[in-house]
Design a protein around this ligand. Structure first.
Ligand code: A2P
Length: 279
């Protein structure tokens, strides 16, 4: 598997396995065993997914060495703030049966619509991540679902620049302003729901492209992310789909086809906007 290099030099496998909504131990262990055999080495979880303890067990049962894996987790909204973040991090690594994380993200920004001191909350959470990073407990730190107006104040107080911003990103919802801002600040964008939670499977243009390149729509979406310099985190619990989602070396989307997908205007976001969500 290829890698992206983060702004602190850490190498991150270019496709990660999303684990949202998988809370069944047998399913997780089977998924991870198949995924590791196929070459996946990057697992994306979060405190909110309530599966860190299952992933921790499954990784051990799958018999893969910790140093061969890249594990990301995220601080949930209720745990924002310096002290709470420090505490929940300890629970996360205990549940994951590890003593360090490869990447730790602030799952959602505190938003100006809900909190008068939103920028302070984000800054304090960030300083906890910075201190954990400095202490060698996290190899890279970042944010998730941050828009430009959340990132700008954070960058002003940050001693360590975020290495990643994980956002919803697929051909139906591109968040171009956020992506451009991150690229110009050397922050890697990761795509959650790169398949638009399945919504991309009914988009005609993507079906035409899949036919043209002799692949499927999931593979088009994943390749499109990568060719735009964005790291996709597709999720599936089905071995044949896991395999498809990583077998994307046989083709390259042409510049004109990339332009056509980039020009698609579907407005098909999940509707989970960082200033609108209820947490
Ligand atoms: P399943 O888990 O049953 O395989 P996203 O990553 O954008 O959130 O999309 C995830 C959805 O897409 C899940 O419903 C998943 O279903 C489905 N999915 C993942 N990979 C593929 C694939 N290669 N082909 C078809 N559906 C897929």
């Amino acid at each position: 598997m290829e890698n992206f290099i983060l702004n602190n030099g850490v190498s991150i496998p270019a496709i990660g396995l999303g684990t949202w909504d998988n809370r069944d131990y047998n399913s997780i262990v089977e998924t991870l065993k198949s995924a590791f055999k196929m070459g996946y080495r990057h697992i994306d979880t979060a405190g909110f997914y309530a599966n860190e303890h299952l992933i921790g067990r499954a990784v051990k049962d799958a018999g893969i060495r910790r140093e061969d894996l890249f594990i990301t987790s995220k601080v949930w909204a209720s745990e924002r703030g310096y002290i709470k973040t420090m505490k929940v991090f300890e629970k996360t690594i205990a549940d994951l049966q590890t003593d360090y994380l490869d990447l730790y993200l602030i799952h959602w920004p505190a938003s100006p619509k809900r909190y008068a001191d939103w920028d302070l909350i984000n800054a304090e959470t960030w300083h906890a991540l910075e201190d954990l990073h400095k202490a060698g407990k996290i190899r890279a730190i970042g944010v998730s679902n941050f828009w430009v107006h959340h990132l700008e104040p954070l960058l002003k107080v940050a001693n360590v620049r975020p290495m990643v911003n994980q956002i919803e990103y697929h051909p139906g919802y591109k968040q171009q302003e956020v992506v451009d801002f991150c690229k110009s600040n050397n922050i890697l964008v990761e795509a959650w729901s790169p398949l638009g939670r399945g919504k991309m499977f009914s988009v005609d243009l993507l079906a035409q492209m899949a036919q043209k390149y002799n692949v499927n729509i999931a593979q088009i979406c994943i390749k499109w992310c990568l060719q735009n310099g964005v790291l996709p985190l597709p999720k599936s619990a089905k071995p044949e789909r896991l395999k498809q989602n990583i077998e994307i070396d046989s083709f390259e989307i042409s510049t004109s086809d990339m332009a056509q997908i980039n020009a698609l205007d579907l407005g098909s976001s999940s509707g989970e906007y960082p200033d609108e969500v209820g947490f």
